[in-house]
Design a protein around this ligand. Structure first.
Ligand code: FE2
Length: 184
């Protein structure tokens, strides 16, 4: 067991994923952190800050992508609400944002040459599936599993929940710009 966080795990994850502190229901915050802990336990990383965003991109951390997409999704949702009176559930955006890429913790690893590559899990199991399995084990409902499973372009099903639709555009935007311009 390598996840022997000092204090509570919610306090540990808040340091790296500030949106954890925005979750109103303490049981949901605990469950989100339990999902991250399970992934971290299966990963090669000593701490969540070491988790990577994409193969070949050692210079981009997973937590920077997660934090960026959550902040951006909340901002965009508020702008759309202001101009079009479309109501978004911010708690759903925050929790989904925290869970949407949690399986990236186990999808990348360094090979024997020191290159950051896709792990065996990433090669054999579609992105999102491991996140959904562990989220299900921690009590998240079908809507959350749907959002996780459909957020990737690998999925044949597309999201039908507005928070997931909105998040998908922001996620792709952050992914595309990071891949193109993030400085090593
Ligand atoms: Fe993402």
């Amino acid at each position: 067991m390598k996840n022997t966080h000092e204090g509570s795990r919610v306090e540990y994850y808040k340091q790296y994923l500030p949106a954890v502190a925005m979750i109103e229901d303490p049981a949901k915050a605990e469950a989100v952190c339990a999902v991250w802990d399970t992934m971290l336990e299966m990963s090669p990383w000593k701490g969540v800050e070491e988790a990577k965003f994409k193969e070949g991109y050692d210079h981009v951390s997973l937590i920077s992508h997660v934090n960026s997409t959550i902040e951006a999704a909340l901002s965009v949702s508020r702008i759309i609400r202001k101009h079009h009176q479309i109501d978004f559930d911010e708690q759903k955006i925050i929790i989904f944002g925290l869970l949407h890429d949690v399986d990236k913790v186990i999808e990348y690893a360094y090979d024997e040459t020191g290159a950051l590559v896709k792990s065996e899990v990433a090669q054999k199991i579609q992105h999102g599936v491991m996140s959904a399995i562990v989220a299900h084990e921690n009590g998240f409902d079908m809507d959350m599993l749907h959002m996780i499973l459909t957020h990737t372009t690998d999925s044949k099903l597309r999201p039908v929940i507005k928070e997931a639709i909105l998040f998908g555009y922001v996620d792709l935007c952050d992914w595309d710009l990071t891949c193109r311009y993030a400085e090593p």
